[in-house]
Design a binder for this molecule. Structure first.
Ligand code: LLP
Length: 409
């Protein structure tokens, strides 16, 4: 799944130069993924809006903007980071849920495309901006996605406006002059079956009949990538082969071309990322052998949170015979990256590479146990660049380094 180098730069060199634990991103993979998707969708008008919750480093965002990508944001801070990295406001879609109306207003007043996901927010929007334009997120009642935490389109999910509420929506719109310019569905993350997207388009097509001012239909993200050999993944060309004629048909029925928007996160950045860590100790305890590394679930939560599989390679001993390990982190509670995994023989001091760490790796990291987050490095056109410094104790103390009792004492 990986080689021992990225664009001619060895993992050893990067580990020595920047220390471990370290996040590394191979930008050539992001570019290749972006271009592959652009090409597959090229027969129809379309826009790719990168879901930056997956990996929001501004230097990665800057590249995506340069390549012509758009942005999908879920918070005002993501919008601010997107704008700072060069995206123009009209290239950003904002799909928040459970936020205050003031957050929605702040986004709208920056000229961001607003994707409203509740009836009450739509009512408020219509009151404040009777001539306003927005998109609507619907809940299609489709169950899809890798595991129950990341399925968002089923009828018990908090996301979107239930499609059965379409008449309430139409009523609100008719009472005002607002225009609905887009319809959106995101059913979940890790979808390998292209038919799910066709079902979504079918729902969007039905709904589109009620909205005469549409310019786009947005199918969200969720394209599954492979996390291990022989893992299922979505074949983008196959997906496009199904979507393209469907969109042409929908546009024809609608009476004019509608753009297809999609919001990939994992598809663009999962496989570009690696977490490099050093083995602190090898421990034989009872039945098991534990390889303890200088990282933990505070750096990569996915294995513990979702039981997600991430390939682990012993970069220091790649040709050795494989043995069975539990690879564990340094957090003071259950903290396991891999259980009973066959990995090339591990010795203390070895460098391990954890794959598929680009999406929802750093972005879901924390300071639990007062541990600092790793540095981030990107390899771009054969050169390595530090794109985020390693945190330090000062960073942990920054917002508490004052004496609240000073005046009392
Ligand atoms: N659009 C919307 C509205 C979303 O909520 C998401 C992800 C995406 C697009 C991008 O989905 P992707 O292409 O990355 O599958 N932390 C979880 C994934 C949570 C996804 C949340 N929403 C994980 O690590 O698997």
């Amino acid at each position: 799944m990986t080689s021992k180098e990225i664009q001619g730069i060895s993992f050893f060199h990067l580990a020595k130069k920047y220390k471990t634990p370290l996040y590394i991103y191979d930008t050539s993979i992001i570019k290749q993924r972006f271009e592959q998707l652009q090409k597959a969708l090229s027969p129809i008008p379309h826009k790719i809006k990168y879901a930056c919750k997956a990996l929001s480093n501004i230097h990665i965002l800057r590249l995506l903007n340069n390549w012509g990508c758009g942005l999908d944001c879920v918070s005002l801070n993501e919008i601010a980071i997107g704008l700072k990295s060069g995206f123009s406001s009209d290239n950003i879609i904002f799909t928040p849920n459970s936020v205050s109306f003031s957050e929605i207003q702040q986004a709208y007043e920056q000229n961001i495309t607003l994707n409203i996901d509740s009836i009450t927010a739509l009512e408020k929007f219509a009151n404040y901006y009777p001539e306003g334009k927005c998109s609507l997120r619907f809940n299609p009642d489709i169950t899809a996605g890798g595991n129950s935490s990341i399925q968002t389109g089923h009828k018990f999910s908090k996301f979107g406006i239930a499609k059965e509420q379409i008449n309430n929506v139409v009523e609100i719109i008719q009472k005002s002059n607002i225009k609905i310019t887009g319809l959106h569905i995101h059913t979940g993350s890790g979808i390998s079956n292209p038919e799910v997207f066709i079902q979504m388009l079918d729902t969007l097509c039905q709904l589109s009949k009620k909205f005469p001012h549409l310019s786009f239909l947005d199918i969200g993200g969720g394209f599954k990538v492979a996390y291990k050999k022989d893992d299922k993944f979505i074949d983008i060309e196959l997906l496009a082969d199904k979507i393209v004629p469907e969109m042409k048909k929908i546009s024809h029925e609608y009476g004019r071309p509608l753009e297809l928007w999609c919001e990939p996160g994992k598809y663009l950045v999962s496989e570009c990322g690696y977490l490099l860590a050093t083995v602190n100790q090898v421990k034989h305890n009872g039945e098991r052998t534990f390889a303890g590394i200088n990282s933990g679930k505070n750096h990569l939560l996915r294995p513990m949170l979702y039981n997600a599989h991430h390939e682990i390679i012993n970069i220091s001993n790649p040709d050795a015979e494989k043995k069975t390990y539990d690879v564990v982190g340094y957090i003071c509670e259950e903290d396991t990256f891999a259980r009973q995994r066959n990995i090339e023989k591990i010795r203390e001091g070895d460098l391990l590479c954890i794959c598929n760490a680009g999406a929802y790796g750093y972005s879901m990291s924390s300071n639990y146990n007062s541990r600092c987050r790793p540095a981030e490095v990107m390899v771009y056109q054969g050169k390595d660049f530090l794109i985020r410094q390693r945190e330090s104790l000062d960073d942990l103390l920054r917002n508490q380094d004052f004496d609240p009792f000073a005046s009392e004492l």
